[in-house]
Structure formats: structure tokens, C-alpha cells
Design a binder for this molecule. Structure first.
Ligand code: PEP
Length: 257
């Protein structure tokens, strides 16, 4: 959609320590010199591990690198006796603008329910962070219920108490496509992304649906990004593996429709 700035987001997962992160971000920035993100026609965001955020933020600021920054998770709480957890307040203080919430790896390995995801969305909004709300069906869900039922249900719960003027991003990530090399087809991605936009319209209203970016994620590569970006309801990509390879991620950012 013309009103929405495409967002190419790199989820580093548990990769790149803070020293590797500096080298990576510098190299990516140099590789992208004169690319379209420099004129604001595409937004690039990186999601490093928590321990890298301070260093990466300092580098982005010092070298005026136009990447947005986000955390990969946050606590539903603001502070207190929650050993090992990271508050949205801490992320906001480091100038993170975004936070990934409900990634399938959090849902699987940390047993995050739709209700936990909803409380994290509230925490993000309390601290002025834009939640990147991840939803998607497993291979088993796909077989039982089809592609859209599970992600639609997940998004409805996540948006239950979100105000109409909230700034959010939705990421459709079929679990079977993550890290598998087997991406959804552009048709499949378009179909579910359109249904997720309809959930935003039903819960937050038509204006929110028009301005909210809905991303596709799952084995996005330089070779398939354009086919997704041609779909009217796909406003960008959440990229895992390919976001860790400078030339590959740069080529994704430079996609031509
Ligand atoms: C992800 O985990 O968000 C993801 C999309 O991973 P990959 O690109 O490696 O499939």
C-alpha cells in the first residue's frame, strides 16, 4: 500500500555479540550506501540481542545510520523481582523504537500464551514502543485448521485492549516456514496478511488498518523478497537467517518490485 512505508526487519535471534554487532552494522551500512533506505522509501530495522543494544544504538547515533532499533522480547512488567527479564522502560531508554512480541520461538521455548503476548503488547505501548506482534500457524495447525484461523485468533487476543490510535506492526510468520527454507507462496502470504489487516480493521478501526504495516516472515531471501512485496497487503518482511548475512540482507533491502 502506498500510504505505508515498507519495513524490512532483521531478527538476529541469539546471534552476534556486541563486538560482532558493530562490525556487522558498519558493513551493512557501507554496503547500502545510496540505497533507497537512505531516502526513507524503505525502513530498515535491526533486532539484536539485549546485550548488544547499547553498543548498536551508540553506533547508529554516532555514524547517523538510518536503521531503526528494537528488542526481541520484553517483560509484561515494568520493574521488580523478575530475575533475567528486561523491561520496556529499559528498551525505551536505549532509544529502541520497536520490540518483537510473541515470536514463535518465544511461544514454543518459553511457553508464551496468547494472553502473555497480549500483556507484553500492553507493556510495549506503555513505554512508547511499537510492538511487532508475531502470529502464525504450525504445520499441524495448517493441516487441521488451514492457514488463517490460528494467526487470526492470536492477533484478536493480542489486540483486545489496544487503543485505536496505537502504533503497531503485525508479522505473519507461518512456523513451518521459519528457518526451513520453505517460504510461503506470495499468494498464501497475501491471503493471511489481508485477513490479519481485517482483524486490525475490526478491532482498531479502518484508519488503523490502513496505516498498520503487516509483514511476512519465514525463509525470506533476496531471491523471493520482491514476489512478497508485490502483494498489496504485504508491507515488508521479518527476516531471520538472511538478516545475518550482509550481502543477502542488503539485497533484500534493495528489492525491486
Ligand atoms: C524469524 O524467525 O522471524 C524468521 C523469519 O526466520 P527465517 O527468516 O530464518 O525463516
Amino acid at each position: 500500500g502506498a500510504v505505508r512505508t515498507p519495513l524490512i526487519a532483521g531478527n538476529w535471534k541469539m546471534n552476534l555479540d556486541h563486538l560482532q554487532a558493530v562490525a556487522f552494522v558498519q558493513k551493512l551500512h557501507w554496503t547500502l550506501k545510496d540505497a533507497k533506505h537512505e531516502d526513507g522509501s524503505v525502513e530498515v530495522a535491526v533486532f539484536p540481542p539485549f546485550t548488544d543494544l547499547r553498543t548498536v544504538q551508540t553506533l547508529l547515533d554516532a555514524d547517523k545510520i538510518p536503521f531503526s532499533l528494537g528488542g526481541q522480547d520484553l517483560s509484561p512488567k515494568d520493574s521488580g523481582a523478575f530475575t533475567g527479564d528486561i523491561s520496556g522502560a529499559f528498551l525505551a531508554k536505549l532509544d529502541a523504537q520497536y520490540v518483537i512480541i510473541g515470536h514463535s520461538e518465544r511461544r514454543e521455548y518459553h511457553h508464551e500464551t496468547d494472553e502473555v503476548v497480549a500483556s507484553k503488547v500492553q507493556a510495549a505501548l506503555r513505554h512508547g514502543l511499537v510492538p511487532v506482534i508475531c502470529v502464525g500457524e504450525t504445520a499441524e495447525d495448517l493441516e487441521k485448521y488451514g492457514a488463517s484461523a490460528v494467526p487470526v485468533g492470536q492477533l484478536k487476543t493480542a489486540l483486545a485492549d489496544v487503543p485505536a490510535d496505537a502504533d503497531i506492526v503485525v508479522a505473519y510468520e507461518p512456523v513451518w516456514a521459519i528457518g526451513s527454507g520453505q517460504a510461503a507462496t506470495p499468494d498464501q502470504a497475501q491471503d493471511v496478511c489481508a485477513k490479519l489487516r481485517a482483524v486490525v480493521a475490526d478491532t482498531l478501526g479502518a484508519d488503523a488498518a490502513e496505516r498498520t504495516r503487516v509483514l511476512y516472515g519465514g525463509s525470506v531471501k533476496a531471491a523471493n523478497i520482491a514476489s512478497f512485496m508485490r502483494e498489496p497487503d504485504v508491507d515488508g518482511a521479518l527476516v531471520g537467517g538472511a538478516s545475518l548475512v550482509v550481502d543477502e540482507f542488503a539485497a533484500i533491502i534493495r528489492y525491486q518490485k
